[in-house]
Design a protein around this ligand. Sequence first.
Ligand code: SDX
Length: 430
Amino acid sequence: MPKDTVTIIDNATGKQAEFPVKRGSHGPAVIDIATLNKELGMFTLDPGFLSTASCESAITFIDGDKGILLYRGYPIDQLAEHSDFLEVCYLLYYGRLPSKKEYNHFSHMIMRHTMVHEGLRDFYHGFRRDAHPMAVMVGVVGALSAFYHDSLDIYEPRSREISAHRLIAKMPTIAAWAYRYSRGEPFPYPRNDLGYAENFLYMMFSYPTEEYRVNPVAAKAMDLISTLHAAHEQNASTSTVRLAGSSQANPFASVSAGVGALWGPAHGGANEAVIKMLEQIGDVKNIPRFLDRARDPKDNFRLMGFGHRVYKNYDPRAKIIRQAAGDVLREMKVNDPLFDIAMKLEEIALKDEYFIERKLYPNVDFYSGIIQRAIGIPTSMFTVIFTIGRTIGWISQWAEMITEKVQRIGRPRQLYIGEKTRDYVPISKR
Ligand code: SDX
């Protein structure tokens, strides 16, 4: 049986060393190069981590070539069809589907932790009314550390569980209040008698002056969006949470670091950028001009919502969201011209050599804005909605990292290309 190792030879010195190969349940094997520096006095270099695994994880798996996404082994399309977001939260955090009794207890507990400390409400008033809601999210989520001292022993499983429950439960309240604050409107308290997604939409759109009933179509669409955005291997924001948490920072501070990373238009901010792009295109007849720009290496315009570091096939989440967007528009009798532009853009791009050659397909962000517009979510809130869904992915990955057999601080090395050592020159001699 051949040894499961690879040998690296430094041709400059003739030195060589063997490194173990590790194989997982799915996907490419990895070379464990932890001893590379000791054996050969070298580091690896891989900006953007194109070929680098940062950890072992059992939470999600993506097959980018086949367009497959698994949450704890379950295909995302089956969960989208048969599960709901709170069940997916249970699955991602505990690693298995709950029994009916466990599901009811978990849901009951989450829905009874949706209120936040009254002192946190005052936090909002420090922001300008026109602050981007993601700026508010970064601040308020980070501030949670200042209110929940009682459950910050990160090596105590029950403390981790309480922090996870608090984050899952309170994110919709914090998010809805960021929206209400931007409009100068009162902050509705969460309601325990509503479902998770229904409660969020209630806090977004209800007024104290009249009864407000959440449209069940909108609540179901919101729940699906959260399920589809829940977790996605070691993406930029999840890796940020892991790195922040590896310093033993508390879970609220670590998750607030992830909120900041998600905001970028290359990552979770793409859903907002897609709508702005579709509005800029404005009419299907303008699509060729924008495709020319996307193909032009001198133009930094990119087709937002297209392309992915891992998916070199259709993002399975985009397929589900596109179908759901059509259903929601129909059921809510909403006619959104941007949806027609998006579908035409996809049709043309997928036949275009530039996109075919680079295996650029629609990703989760391409259609998610269409469905959010249909249920009345303003564009500025799209990445905030992504934050609500992704919180469970972040906190599950954080807990997995904290409980690793050998948990150590993440501290990448570098290739130094700066000045060689030189002596200080007094200013009188410069
Ligand atoms: C998310 O990691 C995750 O899992 C993220 C996410 C999650 O659930 O957490 O899936 C969520 O962030 C989805 C991605 C959302 N971002 C966008 O839609 C922004 C637009 N897409 C790109 O900026 C880009 O595709 C990335 C950032 C998503 C991926 O970039 P990569 O893997 O670093 O690829 P690259 O920049 O090296 O591009 C490879 C080639 C380049 O052309 P060449 O230099 O080879 O000629 O493809 C081109 C790029 O110019 N390219 C695009 C393009 N995306 C890549 N050209 C036009 N439009 C695009 N959208």
